[in-house]
Design a protein. Structure first.
Ligand code: CA
Length: 350
């Protein structure tokens, strides 16, 4: 009798315990890093055009990126620079409309004016030469256009419907302080548009990203409920001098502070893997961000422009996903990252 009990109890206990034990195992989050198509499939077609976004969707990223600026008449458009010089023919069409610095600011042009511009592959306005010489020709003569932000959201939702996929949006508010000086609350406008299309929730497939620390904080007051990425770079923003704030965001104090608002810490990759005399060195930054409860995303993998300290794309991807264990990576070539993750068992095959 004693003997039977001895055996029966552990068996009963193990039967009782095992479902709980399995449940605990299941609740362990699997490491499945996310891929963001940087400015669309910008390695293959001119950045931030509808064709580049359409191709990106076909390459199966988790997210497609939008950089958002605002026109003089308050329309949100998808474009990387607040100036129109480096990706459009604005200097030919509106030769006298530049500011004193010689640049053409989108905020000085109306929607009907911007809609007349032709977008090309990125070029140096001084020389006219392509920034990435092996990409789509700058002289194709194809009438690519600057898309409205709203149209791009409709495009992605339409493609999700017609393909049965669930590709998300990863939306950057460009230069909020500059837009504020121009009398425009671009952060609020972007949040309202995302809200209109069902993206304003922590469960939605959407991420808001901003380089401006004050705007990251303000995004919560302006109603943003979803994932929020603090972009970090040594140089700070282009049109507002906030280098000191970015240096602070890399300290334990700054990190703890921004973690109250941001769910994702997103520094440029060279801040996570610094170049050294004979290669690269992983910094403490990713660990520090995780200790503060944030995920770590980074940018930008380009197979035609390796990060300093790296030999090739394979070495970059190994560092990103096997050493730093990034939670997400932007790439101009999203297919390259998707393929790597699939081959390394970090992403289910399509
Ligand atoms: Ca961006």
């Amino acid at each position: 009798m004693k003997k039977t009990l001895f055996f029966a109890l552990p068996l009963g206990l193990s039967l009782l315990l095992s479902p709980a034990a399995f449940a605990a195992q299941d609740s362990q989050p699997k490491y499945e890093p996310r891929v963001a198509a940087h400015r669309g499939a910008s390695g293959y077609l001119p950045e931030h055009t509808i064709p580049a976004k359409t191709m990106a969707h076909a390459l199966n990223p988790d997210y497609i990126e939008q950089d958002v600026i605002m026109t003089k008449d308050g329309v949100l458009m998808v474009m990387h620079d607040p100036q129109l010089d480096t990706t459009t023919d604005v200097a030919k069409k509106f030769p006298n409309r530049h500011r004193d610095d010689g640049k053409y600011y989108a905020v000085d042009f109306t929607l009907p004016e911007i809609e007349t511009l032709t977008v090309t592959e990125r070029f140096d306005p001084k020389t006219g030469k392509a920034v990435f010489p092996n990409r789509f020709p700058t002289d194709s003569g194809i009438g690519f256009r600057v898309p409205k932000f709203e149209d791009e959201l409709k495009l992605i939702q339409g493609l999700n419907k017609s393909t049965g996929k669930d590709v998300g949006v990863y939306v950057e508010v460009k230069e909020p302080a500059f837009h504020a000086r121009e009398g425009k609350d671009i952060t609020k406008a972007v949040i309202d548009m995302l809200d209109k299309y069902g993206y304003n929730s922590p469960d939605a497939k959407s991420i808001l990203q901003i380089f401006d620390y004050d705007a990251v904080k303000a995004a919560r007051d302006k109603g943003w409920k979803g994932e929020l990425a603090m972009l970090v770079t040594k140089g700070g923003q282009h049109l507002t001098d906030d280098k000191k704030t970015h240096a602070w965001l890399m300290t334990p104090e700054g990190m703890a502070d921004v973690a109250k608002y941001a769910t994702i810490y997103a520094p440029g990759f060279t801040l996570l893997a610094e170049p050294t005399a004979d290669g690269y060195k992983i910094t403490e930054l990713a660990d520090l961000a995780r200790k503060n409860g944030m995920k770590v995303h980074s940018w930008t993998l380009r197979k035609d422009q390796p990060w300093p300290g790296f030999k090739d794309t394979k070495q970059e991807l190994d560092a990103a996903f096997k050493e730093i264990k990034l939670d997400g990576l932007f790439s101009d070539f999203p297919d390259v990252v998707v393929e790597y993750l699939e081959e390394n068992g970090l992403r289910p095959k399509e």
